[in-house]
Design a protein around this ligand. Structure first.
Ligand code: PLP
Length: 385
């Protein structure tokens, strides 16, 4: 059975071109870029090229790129590194709908005496960013607000938010893990200080990420040891990963238009058909301000996990809540923050597409979904029969 992969916000397929670029770095060009010999120097050049490619996609300087091991490390470094650089300030502002890579860090810091403010969202997952202005005070060290939500795809008005934060002289970090490669960014025209991304979300490899640090932003290193990354992140570089991420960024720069047209067309076709053909289901999230690849739909009276299992039987991969929280019985913290009723939050499914999906796959899923939903409702004790 062919796999139909609609779980691209969890992770993506590595592009063939990326794999080809990485291949020589394992058994041929395996030297340490910090070594003095010519062999090591060759690897150093590969890393320089990757840094330039990432900077090209983000519209920033190569020197503003720090390679890390993943999006989670980038988020942790941004928050803890900023707090370490401004030890006299003890307040962090974030949102209730962040990925755990941010939320868990903030909540742990709250246990250690920091003041943490979590801004709320409305029913459509839109941030009440006007609260922000009132919350920023002299004690605020960092504001960390995601660019787009991994579960609903809702995009926050980051440029408007960063104007408020930078106007108050506070460091601004954004988790853009779900945005890079899906939406164009130009950091040279932005006042964002810190931005996180992750290789495996944009058809690059797992185990590599980036923290963008705007020139002049004060941040203490999270990993101490050698002098790699100009002393900003110690540890021998994951050279194949970095090279793969560089290539993935180069490809993303070329395919962003495709993401916005083909992927959005497929997502909309899938979403419209499900909402039309399955009764008692509702879209979660702001329809007009969303990533082009994501849809999150709640089905009343049935469990999201049951839908996933039935989809799986047909070879269709989707997700209920985020991959990181599935396996727990708690409904998604994002949907709960939006005020989605408990039963609907339990019955939510996320489909996240990529440029590798086809119309045939979408049509097949459209055919199967009403069948699955009707079948599960027949079995549901909550539906009057
Ligand atoms: N931030 C967001 C918004 C994510 O969606 C994810 C992964 O799902 C992460 C951070 C963590 O990234 P990584 O898996 O590279 O640690």
């Amino acid at each position: 059975m062919k796999t139909i992969y609609f779980d691209n916000n969890a992770t993506t397929k590595v592009a063939e071109e990326v794999l080809e670029e990485m291949r020589p770095l394992f058994c041929e060009l395996y030297g340490n870029p910090s070594s003095m010999h010519t062999f090591g120097g060759q690897i150093g050049r590969k890393i320089r090229q990757a840094r330039e490619r990432v900077a090209g996609l983000l519209g920033c300087e190569p020197s503003e790129i720090i390679f890390t091991s993943c999006g989670t490390e980038s988020d942790n470094t941004a928050i803890k590194g900023t707090l370490a650089a401004v030890p006299n300030k003890r307040k962090i502002i974030t949102t209730r709908v962040e990925h755990p890579a941010v939320l868990a860090v903030c909540r742990e810091l709250a246990n250690h005496g920091y003041t943490v403010v979590e801004l709320g969202v409305d029913k459509q997952g839109r941030l009440d960013w006007r609260q922000l202005e009132e919350q920023i005070d002299d004690d605020t060290a960092v504001v960390t607000i995601m660019y787009a939500n991994n579960e609903t795809g809702v995009v926050f008005p980051i440029e408007r938010i960063v104007e408020i934060v930078s106007g108050k002289g506070v460091v601004f970090h954004t988790d853009a893990v779900q945005v890079v490669g899906k939406m164009p960014l130009n950091l040279s025209k932005s006042k964002i200080d810190l931005l996180s991304l992750s290789g495996h979300k944009l058809h690059g490899p797992k185990g590599v990420g980036v923290l963008y640090v705007r020139k002049g932003t004060r941040i203490s290193p999270f990993m101490l040891g050698g002098h790699q990354e100009e002393g900003r992140r110690a540890g021998t570089e994951n050279v194949p990963g970095i090279v793969g991420l560089g290539k993935a960024c180069e490809l993303a720069a070329e395919t962003i238009e495709e993401e916005n047209s083909k992927v959005k067309y497929l997502r909309d076709k899938l979403e419209d058909a499900i909402l039309e053909r399955c009764p008692d289901c509702e879209l979660n999230g702001d329809k007009d301000n969303r990533l082009p690849n994501t849809t999150n739909i709640s089905f009343e009276y049935i469990e999201g996990e049951a839908i996933l299992l039935m989809l799986d039987k047909y070879g269709i991969c989707a997700s209920s809540g985020s991959a990181c929280t599935s396996g727990s019985l708690e409904p998604s913290h994002v949907l709960r923050a939006m005020g989605v009723p408990f039963t609907a939050a339990h019955g939510s499914i996320r489909f996240s597409l990529s440029r590798y999906n086809t119309e045939e796959e979408v049509d097949y899923t459209i055919e199967k979904m009403p069948e699955i939903v009707n079948r599960l409702r027949e079995l549901s004790p909550f539906v009057a029969k």
